[in-house]
Design a protein around this ligand. Structure first.
Ligand code: NAI
Ligand code: MG
Length: 482
């Protein structure tokens, strides 16, 4: 328990203007759609924020038609240098309206304002700046410079605007137009982004935002005039998408789940490692596909690491996402909270030892105290399945080979962390770990210049960096300089 209390330091909500209802953004305008709607709520209070249109098959068809028209008539004809001007303009508006975007993201998603303000939104702007710079240099990309056409993009709720940026920035830079569906629990920043597209005078139809749940996503994926499907979300839905596009010539990238090992050797600087473990699993309430949810700690320092970790976890401030002191915000939805509770109960039933930080949780909203399980073995479900919440499983190892073997013993392969004082050990571990990203003496660092993506059930394709262009260009045609 913290030894003293902080005075509340809430960020003002007055900077955002949430409308009572939202339509679909098709062909540069907000339209009603064919009728049904759903509610988005603030997961920290359960307050209904807005009524949002649910796009039907017919609405998705309208959006795809608008994207096709914009592609054929305007966007694919424009020079890369001209497209770049729009992307730079969008990036600058995101910076100018950064505070508004951060507050809205925290209200709709539940993440702490210090994360939306200092991580999500700056990295969103950085993605648009980075890919703006590629738009007139695609012939040097190594993947040709021919766009695919219309991209259908489906994103999750854990980093709503950041996942939008990962999808839209490279697609537009390469000359594609898009139909994007945000997640049903977090549609509001995507709809504010639609207003930013208007503000930037982006030609109508280049970006279309259709809100809705799984059915709307399915309509995008199966639409015959979509050339590319980009998805981030659960492995289960990713597999369904892969099945549905098999046999078509749609290009697909999938960014799915993970169960990253965060490996701490006995020579690691322990103070930094503790911060890295905390950041690895409690950043964004653990709603992170690359979260360091499996701590592998060398046996000789395991007791000391656990003692320090629990002491640090007891100081984490859980509560109001808009409070600038908050470290851990609200769980995004009742469904996700139920899933975290269920898997944690299974962990206890399987015999692992559970410890949760002794914090007071608000009475309304969805909350889960930062939790660690010790005595976990490879066979435990909490060591194998993605919990996607603030729950850490701890395993021990004796030798580097045992650490590698345990780290790789998972159907996923998205990310990993290595904490050690020895540079040579970092290199040899990075070579042996089957993960798309390996962080050394840090964790959860994101940069638009660096490709991100997984192996095995974590998906395929890369987002970010030069590699991120490949998914939006025709690389397999005669004449493309692939
Ligand atoms: P989900 O995969 O159902 O949702 C992700 C997106 O896909 C949402 O926009 C959703 O509306 C859409 N969608 C759902 N069914 C679809 C379908 N049949 N066709 C096309 N689009 C569809 O994930 P959900 O239910 O929100 O979370 C379940 C679990 O997935 C989480 O507990 C977590 O373990 C994992 N997850 C992983 C994420 C990642 O970043 N890799 C992000 C979100 C969830
Ligand atoms: Mg919401």
């Amino acid at each position: 328990m913290s030894t003293f209390d902080y005075a509340p330091a809430p960020e003002s909500r007055a900077v955002v203007d949430i409308k009572p209802s939202y339509g679909l953004f098709i062909n540069g305008e907000f339209v009603d759609g064919s009728g049904t709607s759903f509610k988005t709520i603030n997961p920290a209070t359960e307050e209904v924020l807005a009524e949002v249109a649910e796009a039907s098959d017919a609405d998705v068809d309208e959006a795809v038609k608008a994207a096709r028209r914009a592609y054929t008539r305007v966007w694919s004809k424009m020079s890369g240098a001209e497209r770049a001007k729009y992307l730079y303009r969008i990036a600058r508006i995101i910076q100018e309206r950064g505070r508004e975007l951060a507050v809205l993201e925290s209200i709709d998603n539940g993440k702490p304002i210090k994360e939306s303000r200092d991580v999500d939104i700056p990295v969103v702007a950085a993605h648009f700046f980075y890919y703006a710079g590629w738009a007139d240099k695609l012939e040097h990309s190594g993947y040709g410079s021919t766009p695919l056409g219309v991209a259908g993009q489906i994103i999750p709720w854990n980093f709503p605007l950041l996942m939008l940026a990962w999808k839209i920035a490279p697609a537009l830079a390469c000359g594609n137009t898009v139909v994007l569906k945000p997640a049903e629990t977090t549609p509001l920043t995507a709809l504010l982004f639609a207003e930013i597209c208007q503000q930037a005078d982006l030609p109508p139809g280049v970006v279309n935002i259709v809100t809705g749940a799984g059915e709307t996503g399915r309509a995008i994926v199966s639409h015959p005039d979509v050339d590319k499907v980009a998805f981030t979300g659960s492995t289960e839905v990713g597999k369904a998408i892969a099945r549905s596009v098999a046999g078509t010539d749609k290009k697909v990238t999938l960014e799915l789940g993970g169960k990253a090992a965060n490996i701490v050797f006995d020579d690691a600087p322990l103070d930094q490692a503790i911060e890295g473990i905390v950041n690895g699993i409690f950043f964004n309430q653990g709603h992170v596909c690359c979260a360091g949810s499996r701590l592998l700690v060398q046996e000789s320092v395991a007791d000391e690491v656990m003692e320090r970790l629990k002491r640090r976890m007891a100081t984490l401030r859980v509560g109001d996402p808009l409070d600038k002191n908050t470290d851990v915000g609200a769980i995004n939805s009742a469904e996700q909270l139920a899933k975290i509770r269920e898997l944690s109960q299974i962990g206890e039933d399987e015999g692992a030892e559970r410890w949760s930080a002794p914090c007071d949780l608000p009475s309304n909203g969805y909350w889960f105290a930062p939790t660690v399980f010790t005595g976990v073995t490879q066979a435990h479900r909490i060591a194998r399945e993605e919990i996607f919440g603030p729950v850490l499983s701890v395993l021990t190892f004796r030798t580097p080979s045992e650490a590698v073997e345990k780290a790789n013993n998972t159907p996923f392969g998205l990310s990993a962390g290595v904490w050690t004082d020895k540079g040579s050990r970092i290199l040899s571990m990075a070579n042996r770990l089957r993960a798309g990203v390996v962080w050394a003496n840090t964790f959860n660092k994101f940069d638009p210049t660096s490709p991100f993506g997984g192996y095995k059930e974590s998906g395929y394709g890369r987002e970010g960096g030069r590699h991120g262009l490949e998914g939006y260009l025709k690389t397999n045609e005669m004449g493309a300089d692939s």
